[in-house]
Design a protein around this ligand. Structure first.
Ligand code: DGJ
Length: 731
C-alpha cells in the first residue's frame, strides 16, 4: 500500500490555506481516507455543514459542485446539514448541543471561524475546526482524526465558554453526521444476560430512532453502542454502502438517527444527557468522548476488516501482541474450592497444555466469606479457610507446574454484607433516603469519589505488589447503577459522567504502572465492551452464554466490530454439543477452557490437547489475519468463517452445522474469499476427533480463482457438525 507522501500533506495545508484566501466565500474541507471522503463546507454565512459522505472523488475541486447536484426541498433553517447542530436559534430538528447561557438565554448559534490539519504520521491526520457563537463568548472545536489506510474516522468535540457565570449544557454530543441516500437501514443490537448482541435490522422512517443506555455501568447490557446503517439498500457481506458506528464510552450513551423532511439522515451521538445537565464553568473545557465510524462501499465484510485493522493497531491494548490461553475455574468449582482443589486444577492446566490458570470469584473475604454471591464483595483479603497460604503460594504452585497464574476481581462493587460496606457506607452509590435496590445482591462503589478511586486502584496494585508474577486479571462488573447518587459529589447531575471519569482515572493509573499485563473486561457477560475501555484491556468477555451454538451467532455479530484477538471464548459445559464442537467454536477468538479437565473422557482430553496445539500454530492468523464471513448462520444451515494471513498464503476455515433438521448440511460448495486468485492452495481437515477419519481429500490442489468462484465443500452434515480446515499455498 502506498501511503500519501509528506508532499501530499504539504499540498493539503497549502490547498486549505489557499482555498481560504481565494474563496473567502466558500471554505471546503474534505476529510479523505483511502477510499472515502467526508466533505464539510463553510458557506458565506459561516455555517458549517456536511455536503458529502461517500467514495472519494478523483479531483478535490469537484467537491464544490456537490451541493448543486442536489435538488432538495427548501431548507427553512440554513443549517439542516450542520456539522454540529446548535439549538435555540434557527434549528428545527434534533440538536447536537443545547445550552442555557450564564444570563439564562437558551439560544446558540455556531459559526465557522477557522480550521487546521495536523499530520500526526504517514497514516493519521487530525483536523480541528473552530466554531464560535457570534453573540456569546461560547465556542466549540470539532475534531476529526482520520486513519487513511483503515478508512476510519474518530470524531469528538471540545466545548468552552468565557461567559460571566456558568453555562448549563443540556446536550453535548460528540459527533453530528449527515448522510444522503434514498433509504437507510439500521442494524442495531439488543440483549440481556446470556443473550448479548442480538441483531435486528429495520428501515429508518422519518423521525428519530434513539439507541441509548441509562445503566451507568455495564452500559451496553440491553443495547450496545455499536450499530450499522446501510445506505440506499440493506448492505450484504460484500456489497452495498454501509457505515459502522460506535461511541467510545463506557457509560450512558445516546445515538439519535433522524431522517429529516428532505430524506437525509442525521446521526448524533454522544454521552446520554439523561439526568445529566452539565454545568460548565467559565474557561473549563468539556471534551466529549470519541465517536468512531468507518464507511464501506463494499459491504459489511470490508467495514469489519477496516475496524479490526484499526483496533489492533490503534486502540485495543497490545492489539498486535500476544495472548494467553487459559483454564478458568469458575464453572468447574464456582465458589467451592480450597488450596488442594486448586493444586489439582493447576496440574490440569499443565496437562491440558494452556498457558495460564485463572482463579475466579470466591478467593477472598473473611468476616463474611465469599462462598456465594451474597456476601464478601469488597473485602479483598484472601479467605483464610480456603487459602491459608494466600495467593502467593498459588502463584508459586503455578510456577512449579510451569504455567502462569491470573486472578478475578470485581473492584468497583460491594455486597451490603461486607466489611467494606460496614466501614464505608458513604462510599456506596445509593439514595440516602430510599430503600437500597440490588443487582446480583450488590451495589456499585462511588467512583466519583477520589478516595474510592484510590481504593479500587489499590485492589489491583496490592495484588501485584504482593505477587509480582501475577500474569492476568479478569475485571468483572456485575451490577448496574440504581439510585444514582454520591454523598461527596457537589452536583448530582454530573454523577454519571464523573463515574466514568473516575473509572478511567483508575484504569489510567493502573496502566501507567502495569502497561501490558493482560486484563479481561468482563461484565456478567458482555455488558461492557466498548473502544474506550478496550484501551485498557486486552480482551473482553462476550457473554456468560458459552453454548457453542449460541456462540456462533453471538461471536458472528461481535466480530463485525471487534477483532478475534479481543474476544475471550471459553469451552464450558454449556450446550449439548460434543467437546470438539465446543472447542472449535471457542478457537475462533482467544481460546480458554472452563471445564473439569479431570472429568474429560480419555479421547476428549486427547482431542483438546491436540486442538490446543493446532490453535497455537494458527492463533496468529486468527488474531491478526483478515476475517472473511463465508456463510451466515442465519441465512444457511452451515456457518462458515475464514481467517487468512496478510500474504494470503495460510488460513483456517471454521464450518458448523447450525440447523439440525433432516438432511441439512453443506449441500453445495462454499465460496471462499480473500485468497490470491493466481495462487494454488491445498486444504486439509484438522482438529479431527481421535479415531475418526476426514472425508476431505487433502492431496488435491485448487487455484484461488477456483475456490473463490466455485468454492469448496467442507462436507458438513449431521455426522460432521464441526469441520475445521487449514488452507495453505503450495510451496
Ligand atoms: C460473571 C462472569 O461473567 C463469570 O465468568 C464469573 O466470573 C462470575 N461473574 C463470577 O462471579
Amino acid at each position: 500500500m502506498k501511503l500519501p507522501s509528506s508532499k501530499f500533506f504539504l499540498f493539503l495545508l497549502i490547498y486549505f490555506s489557499a482555498n481560504d484566501i481565494l474563496k473567502a466565500q466558500n471554505v471546503i474541507i474534505p476529510v479523505e481516507t483511502k477510499h472515502n471522503a467526508m466533505v464539510l463546507l463553510a458557506n458565506p454565512n459561516k455555517d458549517l455543514g456536511t455536503i458529502y459522505m461517500g467514495r472519494k472523488l478523483a479531483d478535490r475541486i469537484d467537491y464544490e459542485q456537490i451541493s448543486s447536484a442536489f435538488k432538495q426541498t427548501v431548507d427553512y433553517t440554513g443549517i439542516l446539514n450542520a456539522a454540529y447542530t446548535p439549538s435555540g436559534s434557527r434549528n428545527l430538528l434534533e440538536p447536537a448541543i443545547t445550552v442555557t447561557h450564564a444570563d439564562g438565554n437558551n439560544s446558540l448559534d455556531l459559526k465557522y471561524v477557522s480550521h487546521e490539519v495536523k499530520r500526526i504520521d504517514d497514516n493519521v491526520s487530525l483536523l480541528s475546526i473552530y466554531l464560535k457563537d457570534p453573540v456569546y463568548s461560547f465556542n466549540v472545536t470539532l475534531f476529526y482524526k482520520s486513519y487513511y489506510k483503515e478508512d476510519v474516522i474518530e470524531q469528538w468535540s471540545a466545548i468552552k465558554h468565557n461567559e460571566k457565570g456558568n453555562v448549563v449544557m443540556h446536550k453535548y454530543a460528540s459527533a453530528n453526521l449527515h448522510l444522503s441516500g434514498s433509504a437507510y437501514y439500521l442494524n442495531q443490537y439488543y440483549g440481556d444476560w446470556a443473550k448479548e448482541m442480538q441483531a435486528e435490522e429495520s428501515k429508518l422512517t422519518h423521525g428519530i430512532k434513539t439507541l441509548d443506555s441509562k445503566l451507568g455501568t455495564r452500559a451496553n447490557l440491553f443495547q450496545p453502542p455499536v450499530f450499522m446503517v446501510s445506505i440506499d439498500k440493506p448492505a450484504t457481506e460484500d456489497d452495498g454502502t454501509i457505515l459502522f458506528g460506535a461511541l467510545e464510552y463506557s457509560g450512558n450513551f445516546r445515538t439519535d438517527l433522524e431522517v429529516d423532511y428532505q430524506d437525509n439522515l442525521k446521526i448524533i451521538s454522544g454521552i446520554n444527557n439523561h439526568a445529566s445537565p452539565y454545568t460548565l464553568k467559565p474557561n473549563e473545557e468539556f471534551v466529549t468522548p470519541v465517536f468512531l465510524y468507518t464507511l464501506s462501499t463494499q459491504g459489511k465484510g470490508k467495514a469489519s476488516r477496516s475496524l479490526h485493522d484499526w483496533a489492533r493497531k490503534y486502540k485495543l491494548l497490545d492489539g498486535t501482541g500476544n495472548r494467553l490461553t487459559l483454564l478458568n475455574n469458575w464453572e468447574a468449582t464456582y465458589f467451592d474450592f480450597n488450596e488442594q482443589k486448586l493444586a489439582g486444577l493447576l496440574k490440569d492446566t499443565k496437562k491440558l497444555g494452556v498457558d495460564l490458570f485463572l482463579l475466579d470469584d470466591g478467593w477472598f473475604a473473611n468476616k463474611y466469606p465469599r462462598n456465594g454471591d451474597v456476601a464478601g464483595l469488597g473485602d479483598w483479603q484472601e479467605n483464610k479457610q480456603k487459602l491459608p497460604n494466600g495467593i502467593s503460594s498459588l502463584v508459586k504452585e503455578a510456577q512449579n507446574n510451569e504455567v502462569k497464574f491470573g486472578i478475578w476481581i470485581e473492584p468497583e462493587m460491594v455486597n451490603p454484607k461486607s466489611e467494606l460496606y460496614e466501614k464505608h457506607p458513604d462510599w456506596v452509590i445509593k439514595q440516602p433516603k430510599r430503600e437500597e435496590h440490588y443487582f446480583r445482591n450488590q451495589l456499585v462503589l462511588d467512583l466519583t469519589n477520589s478516595e474510592v478511586q484510590d481504593f479500587v486502584y489499590d485492589v489491583v496494585d496490592k495484588l501485584f505488589i504482593k505477587n509480582p508474577e501475577l500474569a492476568y486479571i479478569k475485571w468483572d462488573c456485575n451490577a448496574v447503577i440504581y439510585n444514582a447518587h454520591s454523598v461527596t459529589l457537589k452536583n448530582q447531575s454530573h454523577f454519571y459522567i464523573e463515574y466514568v471519569r473516575g473509572l478511567y482515572k483508575v484504569l489510567e493509573r493502573i496502566r501507567s504502572k502495569y502497561p501490558k499485563v493482560p486484563m479481561m473486561l468482563c461484565s456478567g457477560g458482555g455488558g461492557r465492551v466498548d473502544y474506550a475501555a478496550l484501551q485498557y484491556f486486552t480482551e473482553f468477555w462476550p457473554s456468560d452464554n458459552t453454548d457453542p451454538l449460541e456462540r456462533i451467532f453471538m461471536q458472528w455479530e461481535y466480530s463485525y466490530f471487534y477483532p478475534a484477538i479481543s474476544s475471550s471464548n471459553h469451552v464450558t459445559d454449556w450446550g449439548k454439543q460434543p467437546i470438539k464442537f465446543r472447542t472449535d467454536v471457542a478457537m475462533m477468538g482467544k481460546l480458554g477452557f472452563d471445564i473439569v479437565v479431570d472429568h474429560l473422557k480419555e479421547n476428549d482430553l486427547r482431542y483438546c490437547q491436540d486442538a490446543i496445539k493446532n490453535y497455537n500454530s494458527l492463533k496468529s492468523i486468527i488474531w491478526k489475519g483478515d476475517q472473511y464471513r463465508l456463510s451466515h448462520p442465519k441465512e444457511s444451515s452451515v456457518a462458515s468463517m475464514l481467517y487468512i494471513n496478510e500474504e494470503k498464503t495460510s488460513g483456517v476455515i471454521f464450518n458448523y452445522l447450525v440447523n439440525n433438521r433432516y438432511g441439512m448440511g453443506s449441500n453445495r460448495p462454499i465460496k471462499l474469499k480473500g485468497l490470491d486468485a493466481g495462487k494454488k492452495y491445498k486444504i486439509q481437515e484438522i482438529n479431527l476427533y481421535p479415531e475418526t477419519k476426514s472425508s476431505i481429500n487433502s492431496d488435491k490442489t485448487y487455484t484461488g480463482d477456483f475456490l473463490m468462484k466455485v468454492g469448496f465443500n467442507p462436507d458438513v452434515n449431521s455426522g460432521r457438525t464441526s469441520v475445521i480446515l487449514k488452507i495453505e499455498t503450495l510451496n
